[in-house]
Design a protein around this ligand. Structure first.
Ligand code: NI
Length: 259
């Protein structure tokens, strides 16, 4: 079994529903069994678009939320409509959410409010959370500690942080997802992390449409490429790719409480 634990199947990227469905079909053809469609990162309304894909495909679920880049869009009304969608049984997580002080497309205050509100909602809804963390200087972890978010399930997606932070995350019971960056020449620190995450807390993802793994680097990324990520991580850990994919797939099912 192989699962892409994080991909953006948004009509804003793939044109229309047919374009999105073609991406899903190409993933199946490449041996990918299931996908987690992320409805976050393309404005508040990307949540509804991710949920629409999940409703059309039995092997696709959705995680929906407000990306830190879009925190400036956070209004009461938009938030209420997102909460409404979150009650759909195909929504298995809130996110991606978090802090991004690299780009700072939204000011810090807005990012913190959006993040905290979503953490509290996830707790009420009984959903795990998907975290986007970039150059927050430890603030993301601090907030997760303050809000006692860990027991509900916390996934650091597209992990490119350092080893010390990875250790803090896994000590707290968090999960780490490794993206296609692991195949990039200059990504030794990601490879170090990919080798050392406890196997039961490890997932793989594409984060498509960006960051396509080698040999597709620079092209549009899609879930069909997640086996390349699995193979790269397996090679680093000295185990068969099939076994690595199977274990990370089981971890994904457990994390999202997905039958
Ligand atoms: Ni993403």
């Amino acid at each position: 079994m192989i699962i892409d634990s994080h991909c953006h199947l948004d009509t804003k990227v793939w044109g229309d529903d047919d374009g999105v469905d073609a991406v899903v079909q190409r993933a199946y053809a490449a041996g990918v069994d299931r996908l987690v469609a992320i409805g976050s990162g393309y404005g508040f309304d990307s949540a509804a678009r991710a949920l629409a894909v999940a409703r059309r495909h039995t092997q696709v679920i959705a995680g929906i939320g407000l990306h830190p880049h879009d925190a400036k869009e956070f209004t009461e009304e938009a938030w209420e409509s997102l909460l409404e969608l979150a009650r759909d049984p195909k929504v298995k997580a809130l996110g991606e959410m978090g802090l991004d002080y690299h780009y700072s497309f939204s000011v810090r205050e807005q990012q913190l409010v959006a993040f905290r509100t979503q953490l509290r909602a996830a707790k009420k809804l009984g959903l795990p959370v998907i975290i986007h963390d970039r150059e927050s200087g430890g603030e993301t972890l601090e907030l997760l500690d303050q809000e006692r978010a860990w027991e509900g399930g916390v996934l650091f997606h597209c992990y490119t942080g350092d080893r010390a932070t990875m250790q803090k995350i896994v000590e707290r019971g968090g999960t780490i997802s490794i993206p296609g960056i692991v195949t990039f020449k200059n990504a030794d620190s990601v490879r170090e992390v990919a080798r050392e995450v406890p196997i039961g807390q490890l997932l793989i993802e594409t984060d498509s449409p960006f960051l396509a793994p080698v040999p597709h680097r620079g092209k549009r990324n899609e879930p069909a490429f997640v086996p390349l990520v699995g193979a790269a991580v397996a090679a680093l850990r000295g185990m068969p790719a099939e076994e690595l994919c199977q274990i990370t797939a089981e971890n994904t099912l457990r994390f999202f409480r997905w039958d």
